[in-house]
Design a protein around this ligand. Structure first.
Ligand code: ZN
Length: 364
């Protein structure tokens, strides 16, 4: 997918982004408004973080220049660092030199020296960014679980479609010691930074499930590490579970959309019992325990489904529930396909958000 589509940012969207506490008016001393929102405090923390980063780079550059003064590239970099620090002092940091609107926050965090928004990159900068996105997309595709994974007692299917080259959705199915672990999540934010956090969540969950810990400890551990390593303001909703060959299922829903369980006994929604990962280091996560009979099914999804829109309506969780109930008894891949078909019928146009669906059925 073309870069322009991934980062289609209109002026109106940028104004909204700026209003939402993006890095506009970054100088903490320049603010006189008493109503400092959480977003602005977050931005202040990020500016403080970037400021420290720049000072550290400046110190290292000065050391390197002393050691090899003939390297002219180092002096140019030092000049760029100085000018970024100067913009911070003046309160103009994070504003595009060309259009004077705010530069995308995740890009500044990745490269604090940039002076232009995505709409005003040079061709060579644009090409370099496209290469980065292609690489990130390739990394992300390699993290997806095995298609049609079949474990003792369980059959699975999933659908994963980023709206741009990369996605902040996390989708995983792991077979460990005869058990099935499943996870589906949604990292806040968009673009490469969200996709890198998704990769981090993937690594955490994969590592912790192999340690044969109770699921509650896996989620609490993943939360702590995610909390300590993610940038301020980034978090992830996550629904994950442990399915045993006997049909016992343990589910943790940390701030995610409800899982839908459909069986001979009717329909059940497993609602969130906790906050998203990355918000509080010491959060606790409650467990929901279920028993699924052969043929019973579990359906998970991200907001790319529930928040999809038609001309005048939102898809919503009730429609997901109705569809899954209607599909009861069909194989997991068919349920995914029926769900996609229903979404296409509902929304007509192209998808506007990352979409991930997962269907898990107890086999006999
Ligand atoms: Zn611009």
């Amino acid at each position: 997918m073309a870069l322009a589509e991934q980062h289609a940012t209109t002026i109106r969207e940028k104004q909204l982004l700026a209003a939402d506490g993006c890095l506009l008016n970054l100088n903490p001393h320049a603010r006189t408004n008493n109503l400092i929102s959480q977003d602005v405090v977050m931005a202040t923390l990020e500016v403080a973080f970037l400021h420290d980063q720049l000072e550290e780079r400046k110190r290292r550059l000065q050391e390197a220049i002393t050691l090899s003064p003939q390297q002219t590239g180092l002096a140019r970099l030092l000049h760029e660092v100085d000018s970024a620090l100067d913009r911070m002092a003046k309160g103009t940091y994070g504003i595009c030199d060309e259009c004077h609107l705010s530069i995308e926050q995740d890009r500044l965090l990745a490269d604090p020296l940039i002076c232009y928004c995505l709409d005003h990159l040079t061709n060579s900068q644009r090409n370099a960014l496209q290469l980065d996105l292609d690489l990130a997309a390739q990394v992300q595709r390699n993290l997806l679980p095995e298609v049609g994974l079949h474990t003792e007692g369980w059959r699975t299917a999933f659908h994963y479609s980023p709206v741009g080259p990369v996605s902040g959705d996390y989708c995983d199915l792991i077979q460990a010691d005869g058990n099935l672990f499943f996870a589906l999540g949604d990292v806040s934010g968009k673009g490469v930074s969200a996709s890198m956090l998704m990769a981090q969540l993937h690594a955490l969950f994969r590592t912790l499930t192999r340690m044969a810990l109770p699921l509650g400890q896996i989620v609490a551990g993943a939360n702590r590490v995610f909390c300590e390593s993610a940038l301020a303001g980034h978090y992830a909703t996550l629904i994950c579970g442990h399915a045993k060959p006997t049909g016992e299922v343990e589910i943790h829903n940390a701030g995610h959309w409800p899982a839908i369980v459909v069986g001979h006994g009717g329909v059940l929604r497993v609602e969130s019992t906790g906050l998203p990962l990355g918000m509080f280091c010491d959060a606790e996560f409650a467990t929901t325990r279920l028993h699924l009979d052969p043929g019973d099914m579990l359906f998970l999804y991200t907001d790319g489904l529930t928040e999809a829109r038609s001309a005048d309506d939102e898809y919503g969780a009730d429609r997901v529930t109705a569809l899954v109930r209607q599909q009861f008894g069909r194989p997991p891949a068919d349920v995914i396909e029926a769900s996609l078909q229903d979404l296409r019928t509902f929304s007509h146009g192209p998808l506007l958000d990352d979409l991930t669906l997962m269907s898990i059925q107890r086999s006999s």
